[in-house]
Ligand binder design. Structure first.
Ligand SMILES: Cc1cc2nc3c(=O)[nH]c(=O)nc-3n(C[C@H](O)[C@H](O)[C@H](O)COP(=O)(O)OP(=O)(O)OC[C@H]3O[C@@H](n4cnc5c(N)ncnc54)[C@H](O)[C@@H]3O)c2cc1C
Ligand code: SF4
Length: 335
C-alpha cells in the first residue's frame, strides 16, 4: 500500500507540538512511535496533511513523587515501562500490561501516550478501503456499517484495544493533558467518549503529557489477564484488570476496581461487580457468582471473529481466575 503525500515537522517541545496542531486546525496529527498511526494512514483511515513528530522530545524516567504517587511521561516507550524497576516494584500491573502489548519491536517504538490514544479497531475498517469495499462505512464518513447494519450513522461499534488503559483505570490513574489553554488533569476513565466514531475526549490541539498513579492503599493487590488466540503479537480478545483492597482479616474485600478492555468502544468499568464484592468474604463461590454476573455486565461486542457468547464465557472464566490470582498474591508471604 503506497502512502499518500503529507508534510512533516519535528517539534522541539510538547508546547511546540500543541502550537503546530492548533495552527493546522484538525489537519495535523502527532506522531509518537507511529506503530498505530502509520498503519491507519496506510489504510487511509486517517489522512492528515501534516505529521508533527514528538520523536525529538526526550521523556523523563518514571518517578515517585513526595505523596507516594508515580509520574510517568506519556512519551515513555513501552519497553522502558515493562523494564522499569520502579514500576515493576510499585505498580507491577502496569509493567505487566505494557509487557503484553504487541511484540518487542512494537514496544521499543510504541509510547504510553500513543497506546492510550490509539484508534479503535474493526475488521471492516482496518483494510485499504478500495481494496474490498465499494461504499465507505460511517467511520470513513460514509453511509453504512458492515457488521452492524441496523446502527444509526452516529454510532460506531469499533473496539478500543489498548492493553494498558484497563490497568491504569483499575489503578485509578489520572492523565495530564496539555492544550493551548494550558494543562488539565482527568481520570484515565474520563478520556473516552464511548463512541467509536471519535473515541477520545481530546481537542484537536491537545496532547497527553503524563500519567499519574496514586499511592496504592494498604491491603492492595492486583490481577491482570489478556486473552489472545496466539499468545503474542496480537491485540486482545478480552483484557481483564483487577485491583482489590483486602481488609486486615485477609479475607474480606474492602474495595474493588474491575475493568475489561478490548470488548467495547472504551474500557468497561464493572460497577455492579465492584459493589457486590465490597464488604464480603472472598471465597470461591462468591468469585464464581460475581464473574458470571460481570460477564453480562461487560456486554461485549462481537469483534474480530469472536462471538458475543464466546467473549462472555471468556470473561466469566478469566475474571474468576484473575480475581483468585489477586487474592492469592495478597495471601502470599513473598508479596
Ligand atoms: C502489529 C501490531 C500489534 C499491536 N499490538 C498491540 C497490542 O497488543 N496492544 C495494544 O494496546 N496495542 C497494540 N498495537 C498498537 C500500537 O502499536 C500500540 O498501542 C502503541 O503503544 C502505540 O503507540 P505509538 O507511540 O506508536 O502511537 P502512534 O502511532 O505514534 O500514535 C497513535 C495515536 O495516538 C496519538 N498520540 C500519540 N502520542 C500522543 C500523545 N502524547 N498525546 C495525544 N495523542 C498522542 C497519535 O496522534 C495517533 O493518533 C499494535 C500495533 C501493531 C502494528
Ligand atoms: S463498526 Fe464502525 S468502523 Fe466498523 S464498519 Fe461499522 S462504522 Fe465502520
Amino acid at each position: 500500500m503506497i502512502l499518500f503525500d503529507f508534510d512533516y515537522e519535528r517539534a522541539a517541545t510538547l508546547e511546540d507540538a500543541v502550537a503546530i496542531l492548533a495552527r493546522l486546525q484538525g489537519e495535523a496529527r502527532a506522531l509518537a512511535g507511529g506503530t498505530d498511526l502509520l498503519p491507519s494512514m496506510r489504510m487511509e483511515n486517517i489522512k492528515p496533511r501534516l505529521l508533527v513528530s514528538l520523536g525529538a522530545i526526550e521523556p523523563n524516567e518514571p518517578e515517585m513523587l513526595a505523596d507516594g504517587s508515580i509520574r510517568i511521561d506519556a512519551l515513555s516507550r513501552l519497553a522502558s515501562l515493562e523494564n522499569s524497576s520502579l514500576l515493576r516494584d510499585k505498580v507491577p500491573m502496569l509493567a505487566e500490561s505494557a509487557h503484553v502489548v504487541g511484540s518487542n519491536q512494537i514496544r521499543q517504538m510504541g509510547t504510553l501516550g500513543g497506546n492510550l490514544c490509539q484508534e479503535t479497531r474493526c475488521m471492516q475498517l482496518d483494510q485499504k478501503h478500495d481494496y474490498q469495499f465499494v461504499a465507505p462505512c460511517f467511520k470513513r464518513g460514509g453511509d453504512c456499517c458492515y457488521p452492524f447494519p441496523r446502527n444509526k450513522r452516529d454510532i460506531c461499534w469499533s473496539v478500543y484495544m489498548s492493553d494498558i488503559a484497563p490497568a491504569l483505570i483499575a489503578l485509578d490513574a489520572e492523565v495530564e493533558i496539555l492544550g493551548e489553554a494550558g494543562r488539565r488533569r482527568i481520570h484515565v476513565e474520563e478520556l473516552f467518549t464511548g463512541n467509536g466514531l471519535k473515541p477520545l475526549k481530546l481537542g484537536q490541539a491537545e496532547l497527553l503529557r503524563a500519567v499519574f498513579i496514586p499511592q496504592r492503599p494498604r491491603g492492595y493487590t492486583w490481577g491482570f489477564h489478556k486473552s489472545t488466540v496466539r499468545g503474542g503479537l496480537e491485540f486482545g480478545m478480552a483484557v481483564i484488570a483487577v485491583a482489590l483492597q483486602i481488609a486486615e482479616d485477609g479475607m474480606t474485600c474492602a474495595d474493588a476496581r474491575i475493568v475489561i478492555g478490548a470488548v467495547r468502544e472504551a474500557p468497561v468499568r464493572l460497577a455492579a461487580a465492584e459493589r457486590s464484592l465490597k464488604g464480603v468474604v472472598l471465597d470461591e463461590k462468591r468469585l464464581a457468582q460475581v464473574a458470571a454476573e460481570a460477564s453480562r455486565e461487560a456486554n461485549p461486542l462481537p469483534h474480530h471473529g469472536f462471538t458475543k457468547r464466546h467473549l462472555m464465557d471468556n470473561i466469566r472464566v478469566y475474571l474468576r481466575r484473575t480475581m483468585a490470582q489477586a487474592i492469592g498474591r495478597a495471601r502470599s508471604p513473598e508479596r
